[in-house]
Design a protein around this ligand. Structure first.
Ligand SMILES: Cc1cc2nc3c(=O)[nH]c(=O)nc-3n(C[C@H](O)[C@H](O)[C@H](O)COP(=O)(O)OP(=O)(O)OC[C@H]3O[C@@H](n4cnc5c(N)ncnc54)[C@H](O)[C@@H]3O)c2cc1C
Length: 338
């Protein structure tokens, strides 16, 4: 809309947001599809919040990462990013200053294989794509404990799969991004439910400028011209949509289903064969009492639980001083991924 187009968004379901959608149950409690964190290193998302004038809805947390201690249930250890220290020094210091996760020799053994990422950048990073995180670690002689202490949590949080399945390129790309931006790893929670606090202002912005956002409007298929360009879109209710430009934003598994067979051998579209959705489960737990008060995201480091947070502490709308509400992300939830 800002560029002068008249966009029409067709959403299949009766709720906006996709994986950031949420519903209220019969008691009025919000059920979120997923616990969501916004990192400082999300420039497009930050621009979106600024353009919608809703930056105050991001609740920024202390610049640190909190890890549950594997051998000490109920205890946490942190990577603390010191204020005023620029990237990547702040990241290096955060790791060096933590005494509970890695020993000094382990830290020293970890750094050299990661240095080319900083020096050579994306070229080196892309070259590691044929190796999983575990294979990369083995090749460069990184200690096994780095995997247990750091990479399992990181792989799950980044892509919901285990380090033996995840490409090292994914981990390095994220690390490089976070390492180069002083506030890249700082995390924010949205201050309330996602439909009202994030999706509604986006819809309003589009509609006020002449666009439309339609719910319950699933598309069925692309109908092509002879030259394989799009003639129109056939909706599931039988109606036809014609436009100057078509932008598809469906998940990869759905795109595979609706993609015309005429595009299957196109080198650009063929790459989608390599992509596969990973099942993830988000669970909400309401307690009749307040648990340990951590105002942040916690990395669990268990084989199944990825990250979790007490939303009664981290999120303004769900605030409750007497009862906790945990939101927990379980991944990977398929044999394929872990
Ligand atoms: C549990 C969980 C936790 C997460 N936590 C984080 C986090 O902390 N930080 C982070 O950055 N990311 C997180 N993510 C990832 C993030 O949610 C996704 O990357 C992001 O929402 C993907 O957005 P999308 O628009 O590409 O796809 P989606 O959100 O999947 O949206 C696709 C939309 O297409 C619609 N659609 C499908 N088929 C059709 C059709 N035929 N016609 C019309 N519409 C159709 C769907 O209904 C859906 O609304 C998390 C994801 C999950 C599941």
């Amino acid at each position: 809309v800002d560029a002068g187009h008249e966009p029409i968004v067709y959403e299949a379901r009766d709720v906006l947001g996709g994986k950031v959608s949420a519903w209220q149950d019969e008691d009025g409690d919000w059920i979120e599809t997923g616990l969501h964190i916004f990192f400082g290193a999300y420039p497009n998302m930050m621009n979106l919040f600024a353009e919608l004038n809703i930056e105050d809805r991001l609740q920024w947390k202390r610049h640190q990462m909190i890890f549950a201690m594997q051998e000490l249930p109920g205890e946490f250890t942190t990577f603390d990013f010191l204020e005023g220290v620029p990237a990547p020094l702040n990241f290096a210091l955060a790791i060096l200053l933590n005494q509970q996760m890695l020993t000094m020799p382990e830290k020293l053994q970890t750094a050299p294989p990661l240095l080319p990422m900083l020096v050579e950048g994306q070229k080196f990073i892309d070259q590691q794509d044929d190796m999983s995180v575990l294979e990369f670690m083995e090749k460069y002689g990184m200690p096994d404990r780095i995997n247990e202490e750091v990479f399992v949590a990181m792989a799950k949080a980044l892509d919901f799969i285990d380090p033996d399945k995840l490409s090292m390129t994914v981990v390095l790309t994220a690390m490089n991004r976070f390492l180069n931006e002083t506030d890249g790893l700082q995390m924010a929670f949205l201050d309330g439910n996602q439909p009202d606090r994030l999706c509604a202002p986006m819809k309003e912005h589009i509609e006020q400028r002449g666009g439309k956002v339609l719910l319950n409007s699933p598309m069925d298929k692309f109908v092509l011209n002879e030259d394989r360009t799009i003639k129109h879109i056939l909706m599931r209710d039988g109606s036809i949509v014609e436009a100057d430009e078509y932008i598809s934003a469906v998940p990869c598994d759905i795109m595979k289903r609706i993609m015309p067979k005429e595009w299957a051998n196109d080198p650009f579209f063929r790459q989608i064969d390599e992509l596969e959705g990973i099942p993830v489960i988000n669970i909400h737990m309401w307690f009749d009492r307040k648990l340990l008060n951590v105002d942040h995201l916690c990395f669990s480091r268990s084989p199944l639980l990825s990250v979790y947070a007490d939303m009664s502490t981290t999120c303004k709308e769900y605030k409750d001083d007497d009862r906790s509400m945990l939101s927990l992300v379980f991944a990977p939830c398929s044999p394929l991924a872990g």
